[in-house]
Write a protein that binds this ligand. Structure first.
Ligand SMILES: [Zn+2]
Length: 396
C-alpha cells in the first residue's frame, strides 16, 4: 500500500501542487505515476477523476488501483520533483455538483423519506437514485425548494475525521461503506455524510439546484439534477429555445406548448388532405398511362419521383387492367426498382430477382405480384428496368 497524502481532503480549492514521484507503473498500456502527495481526485463514489497535467503532461485518468492512487499519463515524465495542475473549472464544477447532491439527498430524506441509493456525476448531468416508487410534482417542488433554501442560507460545509468506533455519535444519513478513520462531510446542522469527495466551503457556492426528469429503475426513481454553472447553462439554452419558438409563433413563452399542439393538429389534418389529393391525382395519372399503353408491359425510369411515389403509381396502374409494371426511381442513397402486376396475370415476379441480380447487384424482394429491389449503383437503374421489362414481355 502506497499512502499518498490526499491534499484535496484539506483544501478542495488547491489546484497547483508540488510532489515527488514514489513509484512508476504502467496502467492499461499507459505510463502512470504514484506521488507522495496529490491534489488530484481519483474516480470514486460517483465522482469522476480530475482533469489536469503533471509537468505539463496530460493526466488521462486518476484511479485507485492495487492500493495506490495512479495518475495515468499521456506520455512518460522525467525524473525529479513534479508540478501538478488541476483543471480548476472542472474541479469547481464537480464540487458544486457533489455538494449539491448532499443537500438534495438530505432534502429528499427529510421531506419524503426518500433514501439515496446511488449517485453518479456525468459530464453533463448527474443522477440521483432515490428509494421511492413515485413522487407527486408538489412534493418534488418542496424537495427542490428545501434544497435551494439550504443554498440561500449559505451554510458552512465542514469536513472532519471520526474514528470508526465513535461514528455512532454522528447522525449520518447513510451508514458508512468504509471502515477505520471516517471522513465526515457536514452541511452545517443539515446533512452528515461519510464522504471522501471534493466539496465547496459554503452552500451558497453550489448555486441553483434544479431537479430534472426522472426514470424508474430497480423500483426506484432516478432523477437527473443540475447545480450551479450547469443549471445556469441549461436555463440559458432552454430560455433561448423557448424564446425563439415564442417569436416564431408571435406568442408568449407560456403559450408555446399550446401553439405547438395546435400546429401538430393542423399538420395531421393537412397530411390527411394531401394523401387524399395524392390518391385522386394518382388515379387520374394512372388512367392516362393505361390509355397510352401499348401492350401489357409499362416500364420506365421516373426521374422526378421518389421510390414511394413510383410504387404508389405502379399499384394504381395495375388495378386498371391486365398489366405489368417495371418502374425505376432514385431515392437519397439508392435506386429502387419496382415490379408489379395485375392479380389476373400469373407470372411470379420473384423469379425476376435472380435475373436482375445477374445484371446489377440488388437487394430486396417481395411477393408474386409485387417486388421491390434496391441498388447502390444508381447509374445502372435504366439497365435493370429494361431487363425487367424484357422478361415481363415474355412471361407476364
Ligand atoms: Zn460528498
Amino acid at each position: 500500500m502506497t499512502d499518498t497524502k490526499r491534499l484535496y481532503y484539506d483544501d478542495a480549492y488547491l489546484v497547483d501542487f508540488e510532489a515527488d514521484v514514489v513509484e512508476r507503473r504502467e496502467h492499461e498500456g499507459q505510463p502512470a505515476v504514484v506521488l507522495d502527495r496529490t491534489a488530484f481526485y481519483p474516480e470514486s463514489g460517483g465522482q469522476p477523476w480530475d482533469k489536469g497535467t503533471i509537468n505539463g503532461v496530460e493526466v488521462l485518468k486518476v484511479v485507485e488501483a492495487d492500493g495506490a492512487i495512479l495518475h495515468v499519463l499521456r506520455s512518460a515524465i522525467g525524473p525529479g520533483p513534479v508540478h501538478g495542475r488541476i483543471d480548476a473549472a472542472t474541479r469547481f464544477d464537480h464540487m458544486q455538483q457533489h455538494t449539491g447532491q448532499h443537500v438534495l439527498s438530505q432534502a429528499f430524506f427529510e421531506l419524503v423519506k426518500g433514501e439515496t441509493r446511488s449517485f453518479h456525476m456525468g459530464p453533463d448531468v448527474s443522477t440521483l437514485e432515490i428509494g421511492l416508487g413515485g413522487i407527486a410534482d408538489r412534493d418534488l417542488d418542496r424537495v427542490e425548494d428545501r434544497a435551494n433554501d439550504v443554498v440561500r442560507e449559505d451554510r458552512e460545509v465542514k469536513t472532519y475525521f471520526v474514528p470508526e468506533e465513535r461514528i455512532g455519535e454522528v447522525p449520518l444519513r447513510r451508514p458508512p461503506k468504509k471502515t477505520g478513520l471516517l471522513r465526515v462531510v457536514e452541511v452545517d446542522g443539515f446533512d452528515y455524510s461519510a464522504c471522501g469527495g471534493t466539496h465547496v466551503r459554503r452552500t451558497g457556492e453550489i448555486g441553483l439546484i434544479r431537479i430534472g426528469p426522472a426514470e424508474k429503475i430497480r423500483g426506484n426513481l432516478r432523477f437527473e439534477f443540475l447545480c450551479g454553472g450547469r443549471a445556469l447553462r441549461d436555463y440559458r439554452l432552454k430560455d433561448r429555445a423557448i424564446r425563439r419558438l415564442a417569436s416564431m409563433f408571435s406568442s408568449s413563452a407560456g403559450d408555446v406548448p399550446g401553439q405547438v399542439e395546435k400546429l401538430a393538429t393542423e399538420h395531421k389534418a393537412l397530411k390527411k388532405r394531401a394523401r387524399h389529393l395524392e390518391e385522386r391525382l394518382a388515379a387520374f395519372e394512372a388512367d392516362g398511362i393505361v390509355k397510352a399503353a401499348q401492350g401489357r408491359v409499362i416500364s420506365g425510369v421516373l426521374e422526378d419521383r421518389s421510390p414511394e411515389e413510383a410504387r404508389f403509381l405502379a399499384l394504381n396502374v395495375i388495378r386498371r387492367g391486365d398489366l405489368a409494371v417495371a418502374y425505376g426511381a432514385r431515392g437519397e442513397a439508392q435506386a429502387h426498382l419496382i415490379l408489379a402486376r395485375s392479380e389476373s396475370l400469373k407470372a411470379d415476379l420473384r423469379q425476376l430477382v435472380p435475373i436482375i441480380a445477374a445484371v446489377v447487384p440488388v437487394k430486396g424482394g417481395g411477393g408474386p405480384s409485387l417486388v421491390e429491389l434496391v441498388m447502390t449503383d444508381k447509374g445502372r437503374l435504366k439497365e435493370a428496368v429494361e431487363a425487367a421489362a424484357a422478361w415481363l414481355a415474355e412471361n407476364a
